[in-house]
Write a protein that binds this ligand. Structure first.
Ligand SMILES: CC(C)(COP(=O)(O)OP(=O)(O)OC[C@H]1O[C@@H](n2cnc3c(N)ncnc32)[C@H](O)[C@@H]1OP(=O)(O)O)[C@@H](O)C(=O)NCCC(=O)NCCS
Length: 183
């Protein structure tokens, strides 16, 4: 597959680079944005390290562990206002995991829905994935509502399955199958 970039009505979803540090810092350092994701509140140095890791992302989506991180650059200004993460968690079961985060200044503008629906389409159309899951902290119903809007179904609640930020958390698993997504 060629270098990943996805065009949506309002966004260019693209690989992130060191030039995006300022934009990422805005939401990677925001306690409300990171509350239910595993990141700690990030400093500029932490964001630079994250970006170095993102640069190791593969254009392919074939080997277990292959991952994409796509920033959402607004077409109007070029500002990166959120990101999608996707990783191949099982090659045998053709299953990927996805996640999302939006800069709080841009919440409730439909950007996470727009980005994630185009990402799902891209994943199912350009890879042989069978199933895509989103693992969502059960204290994060806003994120779960987004998953439902994407056509995902809550298939499980795992009790105290993740120890994060000093406490055990219940996790919901939402999922969508290829046949449902491409209907
Ligand atoms: C979850 C999150 C990504 C949503 O981003 P967003 O860009 O504001 O989402 P959208 O505007 O595209 O909303 C899409 C749908 O999600 C749901 N939703 C999003 N925010 C919501 C909120 N505060 N309350 C209730 N539902 C919400 C709604 O169903 C919404 O559709 P609607 O506006 O037509 O009702 C954002 O709140 C966020 O960044 N949270 C912190 C990071 C995070 O928790 N990521 C998920 C880890 S699993």
């Amino acid at each position: 597959m060629p270098a990943i970039s996805i065009d949506t009505p309002r966004l260019v979803m693209r690989r992130l680079t060191i030039w995006d540090t300022e934009d990422l810092l805005e939401y990677h350092s925001d306690p409300q944005v990171i509350k239910y994701i595993p990141w700690t509140q990030r400093s500029r140095t932490d964001v630079e390290q994250a970006l170095t890791h993102y640069e190791t992302a593969s254009d392919q989506f074939e080997k277990e562990g292959d991952f994409w991180v796509l920033g959402w650059a607004l077409k109007t200004t070029g500002k990166v206002v959120g990101q999608s993460n996707a990783s191949l968690i099982s090659k045998a079961n053709r299953t990927a995991d996805i996640g999302w985060a939006t800069n709080r200044q841009f919440w409730r503008q439909g950007l996470a829905l727009e980005a994630s629906s185009y990402l799902l389409k891209k994943l199912f159309q350009h890879t042989n994935l069978h199933r895509v899951v989103a693992n969502i902290d059960a204290r994060n119903p806003e994120s779960a509502a987004l998953a439902v809007k994407l056509g995902m179904r809550r298939e499980a609640q795992f009790r105290q399955s993740v120890f994060t930020k000093g406490e055990w958390c219940d996790m919901w698993q939402y999922a969508i199958l290829r046949d449902d997504a491409l209907k």
